[in-house]
Design a protein around this ligand. Structure first.
Ligand SMILES: CC(C)(COP(=O)(O)OP(=O)(O)OC[C@H]1O[C@@H](n2cnc3c(N)ncnc32)[C@H](O)[C@@H]1OP(=O)(O)O)[C@@H](O)C(=O)NCCC(=O)NCCS
Length: 184
C-alpha cells in the first residue's frame, strides 16, 4: 500500500466480525456511507456477512483509525470466483482472448463484485482498492491458477475501468451492464 495510506489496514470482514462484539459490528457497518451508490451500503450491512459464512464471496474492509481511536470504514471491496460464459456477442481483443484460457466457451475468472469508497474519501482511492483486489487475485493465481479478473459495470463507469486497465468485452445477458476483464 502506498505511503499515503499508512494509517489504513485492510481486513477481511470475517476476521473483524470475529474480533469485535456483535453489538459493535452492525453500527460499524451501518456507519459506511456511499451516496454515489447506496446499494453498496445495503450490501455491506445486510448481505456481505452471509456471503462470507456461505463461502460465496470475501469482503475486505479498509479500516482507518480516527482521532478518538475508533475504526471507520474508508472503503471496501468484495471478491469471488465466477466463471465467464463467452458468447457470440462478445468481442474480445485478440491479445486478451489468447490469454483467457477459454475452454468450450468458458473462461474461469475472479470477480470484483463490489467496490465502494466512503463519502469524503479522496479521489483516486478507488484505484488503490482495485490494486489491492488484483493483488489478492494474483496470489490466488500463483496458488491455484487462473489469470482473468472481471467485473460488471454501468455505462457511466466504463471509461473509468478502462483507465484502470480493464477491457470491455461485451454486454451482460440483460444487456445493461458492461463486462470488463483484465489479465492479472
Ligand atoms: C468507483 C469508485 C471506487 C472509484 O473511486 P476513485 O478511483 O477514487 O475515482 P472517483 O471517485 O474519482 O470516480 C471516478 C469517476 O467515476 C465517477 N463515478 C464513480 N462512481 C459512480 C457512480 N456510481 N455513478 C456514476 N459515476 C460514478 C466519478 O464521478 C468520477 O468521475 P469524474 O472522473 O468525471 O470525476 C468510487 O467512485 C465509488 O466508490 N463510487 C461509488 C460506488 C460505485 O459506483 N462502485 C462501482 C460499482 S461497479
Amino acid at each position: 500500500m502506498g505511503a499515503n495510506y499508512v494509517d489504513l489496514v485492510l481486513r477481511r470482514l470475517h476476521d473483524v466480525a470475529r474480533e469485535i462484539d456483535e453489538d459493535d459490528l452492525q453500527p460499524l457497518l451501518c456507519s459506511f456511507k456511499c451516496s454515489m451508490e447506496p446499494a453498496s451500503e445495503n450490501f455491506l450491512r445486510n448481505v456481505a456477512l452471509g456471503h462470507e459464512k456461505n463461502d460465496i464471496s470475501r469482503t475486505y474492509l479498509f479500516l482507518e483509525k480516527t482521532n478518538s481511536d475508533v475504526n471507520t470504514i474508508k472503503g471496501f471491496f468484495t471478491v469471488a470466483v465466477k466463471c465467464l460464459a463467452i458468447g457470440e456477442h462478445h468481442c474480445i481483443p485478440d491479445g486478451i482472448s489468447r490469454q483467457m484460457n477459454i475452454d468450450r466457451g468458458i473462461a474461469q475468472s475472479y470477480l470484483l463484485g463490489q467496490l465502494a469508497k466512503a463519502d469524503g474519501a479522496e479521489k483516486g482511492f478507488g484505484r488503490e482498492m482495485i490494486s489491492r483486489a488484483l493483488g489478492i487475485f494474483s496470489k490466488n493465481n500463483e496458488m491455484v491458477g487462473c489469470r482473468v479478473a472481471r467485473l460488471d459495470c454501468r455505462d457511466d463507469l466504463l471509461e473509468y475501468y478502462k483507465s484502470c486497465g480493464f477491457a470491455f468485452i461485451g454486454k451482460n445477458q440483460n444487456g445493461i451492464l458492461n463486462q470488463m476483464v483484465v489479465i492479472i
